[in-house]
Design a protein around this ligand. Structure first.
Ligand SMILES: Cc1cc2nc3c(=O)[nH]c(=O)nc-3n(C[C@H](O)[C@H](O)[C@H](O)COP(=O)(O)O)c2cc1C
Length: 255
């Protein structure tokens, strides 16, 4: 394998050397087994611990996603042509492979040597984080390890749907991705202009997710109509964090 200085290989992904520092390398469970456990247990039961890192007392539950397979996707023109907003979903969880590709497309590291990501960011300040709300609970996507860190076990999709002006169909989306900004990361360099940059970046991230979803044969829709305050409360956002945009992804029901 071609080796890049200061880069380590974890779970089949090339990551910056500091990624996952202090963690024992998690071994990868077969993707279907992992999805099966999430589906059956409705979350990380004891049987699923083999796929997680840092599961000691008080340590966050982290699940390393499988390596994405961007080479298996549709040509970009075909993905753009096929993209359409979908609002009718089969209520089924996404597989780890699907989640891996969606989060990689949104914020994954594509240049490990420099730590640059799939979506552009003003001055590489990276003000956006991604929360996943699903039947298996609530997670944060952790970029350096390409991991999902679970922060809640309950299925909060109905709460997010209510906070989104009662767009009830959102409850069936396999994955609700909430784009959360920490504006200070960008405004400390760019001042007020940073707010505009952050909104632009949310669009980049969302579009990457939409095109990735099309490539996976999934449907998606952006949601901008929601109560910022309610979504922030549901996700337990802190001072200085703002929910900016929501993207629902899932398997579309047959028309
Ligand atoms: C910023 C933004 C916010 C949106 N918010 C919602 C929303 O809250 N609910 C919804 O069902 N669709 C929402 N949409 C999707 C649009 O309704 C949709 O993109 C439009 O009807 C065009 O259809 P298409 O996406 O299939 O091309 C939003 C789209 C954008 C760009």
């Amino acid at each position: 394998m071609h080796m890049i200085p200061m880069v380590v290989v974890l779970g089949g992904l090339l990551l910056p050397a500091e990624a996952g520092a202090g963690e024992s390398p998690a071994h990868r469970m077969p993707p279907m087994a992992w999805g099966h456990l999430l589906t059956l247990a409705g979350g990380f039961g004891p049987l699923a611990l083999g796929g997680m890192a840092g599961t000691g007392a008080g340590a966050p539950e982290r699940l390393r996603l499988p390596a994405p397979s961007p080479e298996e996707t549709l040509p970009v023109g075909e993905a753009i042509r096929r993209r359409r907003s979908v609002r009718r979903f089969q209520d089924e969880p996404l597989t780890p492979d699907q989640l891996s590709f969606l989060f990689w497309a949104a914020q994954g590291i594509t240049d490990p040597a420099q730590g640059l990501r799939a979506a552009p960011s003003a001055g590489a300040t990276y003000p956006l984080d991604l929360a996943l709300v699903s039947s298996a609970g609530t997670f944060w996507y952790r970029v350096p390890g390409h991991e999902l860190e679970r922060v809640g076990e309950r299925d909060l999709r109905a709460d997010i749907a209510r906070a989104s002006l009662d767009q009830a169909w959102m409850r069936q989306a396999g994955a609700i991705v909430v784009v959360v900004a920490t504006p200070e990361r960008t405004t400390r360099r760019y001042g007020d202009r940073g707010h505009r940059f952050i909104a632009m970046e949310a669009g980049h991230v969302a579009q990457n997710i939409h095109l990735a979803a099309v490539s996976l044969g999934l449907g998606s829709v952006p949601v901008g109509a929601f109560s910022d305050r309610d979504v922030a409360r549901i996700l337990g956002l802190g001072e200085g964090q703002e929910a900016l945009y929501i993207i629902c992804v899932g398997r579309a029901t047959e028309p």
